[in-house]
Every structure is written in structure tokens, then in C-alpha cells.
Design a protein around this ligand. Structure first.
Ligand code: GAR
Length: 224
């Protein structure tokens, strides 16, 4: 049985598109029951509609407070039958009530190597700080912004003088690979959370990831 998911997004929806494409290609065993979000004009809804996925666009400015908005969201998600909530560029803090309604069943992606550089501009903040490696992180969601047990991370070297667009493009390309992978691990029920640590059970197909690769950037020179 495919894992029933609801995607929450506020923006363009390229991560949602990656799920749609991977599912079509037969690589992702999920049933996308709902795409929901707080910005009715967001690009993610056009993508979902084109794929025939039910949408729920709720304008958060029409609600008196966060809690009433989140309650309506919870109602729609429950109706959809989704078992896992997948945040894909959802730029609103979730209330404690929302998170307890789906305890341990909310995941997120962030364009930086958490716990460094959480927040709305994580990718830009990391670049401005001058890091040599940035990247992206998929994690289970706790109440704090961009926080929770890490499922998978990808590191991206920052090239000298690189601008934000170029770095974010490379990070996005990796997001579209690691997020579907994390979701497929969940669909295969291979993840266990113990405290802050997420354990991945070996693949039933017997294929193991190779040791590494490890990444040091700038590269080490001879003798080191
Ligand atoms: C992604 O880069 C995601 O990591 C980021 O929003 C973007 C959404 O892109 N999320 C955060 O910054 C969470 N703090 P998309 O709409 O094209 O999928």
C-alpha cells in the first residue's frame, strides 16, 4: 500500500514536482492525497492541478490567528486520509496543536546544513557567513523552526565568489534527489527515530550505499 501523504507548500513547488515526477517514474511509493498551502496564488497549486492532485489553498490572512488557520488545515488533512505531512517550502510556523495532531509524522526540507542557518533565508545566510560547504537537510519536524531529528543531508561546496542564485540552483537540484529518497525510506518503513538519531534499516533489495563519499572543500592537497 502506498504511503498516503499531504504536501504543504507556500511557493513554486519544485520539490512537490520532484515527488510527482518520481512517483510517475515508479520510484516513489506514495499516494499524494492533498497539496495544501497558505498562498492561493502559489505555483505549487498549478503543478498539483496539472497532476490531478486535490488542492486546498487557504489564505492565512483571512483567519484571525495561527491556531484557527492550523485547525482548518488539520481538518482538511484528516479528511484527505494522509498519514504523513511533507513540508516543501511551507513558510509558516506550525502551531503546537498542529504538530501534536500529527506527532512524529511531519517532515521538512531546508536549504542549509542544519542546525546551522535555520529560517526563511537559510541558504543566503550561509553564503553571507562565508561557509565552504552548504547543502540541504531533510528532517522530522519539532516545534522550533527548521529543527528536529535529521534524516538525510547533502553537502554542496561553495565556489569562490559564487552568487546566491548559482549556489541555490545547485542546492535545489540536490533537494530534488534527497527529499524523494527520504520519502521512499518512510514509504518502505525503514526509518526509526531514537532520541535525536534517525536510523535507516538496510535496503530489502540488498543494495547498500557505498562507504562515503566524504567531502572536504576546498580539496586537500598532496601530503594531507
Ligand atoms: C526549498 O529550497 C526549501 O528547502 C525551502 O523552500 C524552498 C521551496 O522551494 N524551505 C525552507 O527554506 C524552509 N525553511 P520549492 O517551492 O521550489 O519546492
Amino acid at each position: 500500500m502506498p504511503l498516503k501523504i499531504a504536501i504543504l507548500a507556500s511557493g513554486n513547488g519544485t520539490n512537490a514536482q520532484a515527488f510527482i515526477d518520481k512517483r510517475r517514474a515508479g520510484l516513489l511509493d506514495v499516494d499524494i492525497r492533498l497539496v495544501a498551502g497558505n498562498r492561493p496564488g502559489a505555483g505549487v497549486f498549478a503543478r498539483a492541478q496539472a497532476a490531478g492532485i486535490p488542492c486546498c489553498a487557504l489564505d492565512h490572512t483571512a483567519f484571525p490567528d495561527r491556531l484557527s488557520f492550523d485547525r482548518e488545515l488539520v481538518r482538511h488533512i484528516r479528511e484527505s486520509g494522509a498519514e504523513l505531512i511533507v513540508l516543501a517550502g511551507y513558510m509558516r510556523l506550525l502551531s503546537a496543536e498542529f504538530l501534536s495532531a500529527f506527532a512524529g509524522r511531519v517532515i521538512n526540507i531546508h536549504p542549509a546544513l542544519l542546525p546551522s542557518f535555520p529560517g526563511v533565508h537559510g541558504g543566503a545566510d550561509a553564503l553571507a557567513y562565508g561557509v565552504k560547504l552548504s547543502g540541504c537537510t531533510v528532517h522530522f519536524v519539532e516545534e522550533k523552526v527548521d529543527s528536529g531529528p535529521v534524516i538525510i543531508q547533502a553537502a554542496v561546496p561553495v565556489n569562490a565568489g559564487e552568487d546566491e542564485d548559482s549556489l541555490m540552483q545547485r542546492i535545489h537540484a540536490l533537494e530534488h534527489r534527497i527529499y524523494p529518497q527520504a520519502l521512499q525510506w518512510l514509504a518502505e518503513e525503514r526509518l526509526t527515530v531514537r532520541g535525536r538519531h534517525v536510523h535507516l534499516a538496510p535496503s530489502p533489495k540488498g543494495k547498500q550505499a557505498p562507504d562515503g563519499p566524504w567531502l572536504v572543500w576546498p580539496p586537500l592537497e598532496e601530503g594531507f
